[in-house]
Write a protein of this length. Structure first.
Length: 110
């Protein structure tokens, strides 16, 4: 199975630099703030995994005392900011957009 795809569950450690897009001169593309979410209900982690599933690199940054509260409480009390590459910001925003009722397919409404 050496020629087959590498199957992994969840997060692949340390792959963000390899997945982050680069400009023509080889420097990493600037990050753009996608959203600020609270972390106590795992919403930020779910969104992060959804973006990764669509091959959009994403990283999180905790503000204020986020890192300390993550150690003490197990989650960041001040929430986290999710960043994506500037070139993929509109795609990421579209993935986070809620689905409207009238956008359902006919089979879903039956």
């Amino acid at each position: 199975m050496a020629n087959g795809p590498e199957l992994t569950w969840g997060r692949s450690p340390n792959d963000l630099p390899a997945r982050w897009p680069r400009k023509a001169d080889g420097t990493p593309e600037a990050p753009a703030l996608l959203t600020h979410r609270m972390e106590w209900n795992y919403e930020s982690e779910i969104l992060e995994q959804k973006l990764r599933a669509y091959d959009i690199p994403v990283f999180r940054q905790m503000g204020n005392l986020g890192t300390l509260s993550k150690i003490v409480l197990g989650f960041s009390g001040s929430g986290v900011d999710l960043y994506v590459p500037e070139s993929l910001l509109s795609d990421a925003q579209e993935l986070l957009r809620p689905v409207e009722e009238d956008e359902q397919t006919p089979n879903e409404s039956e």
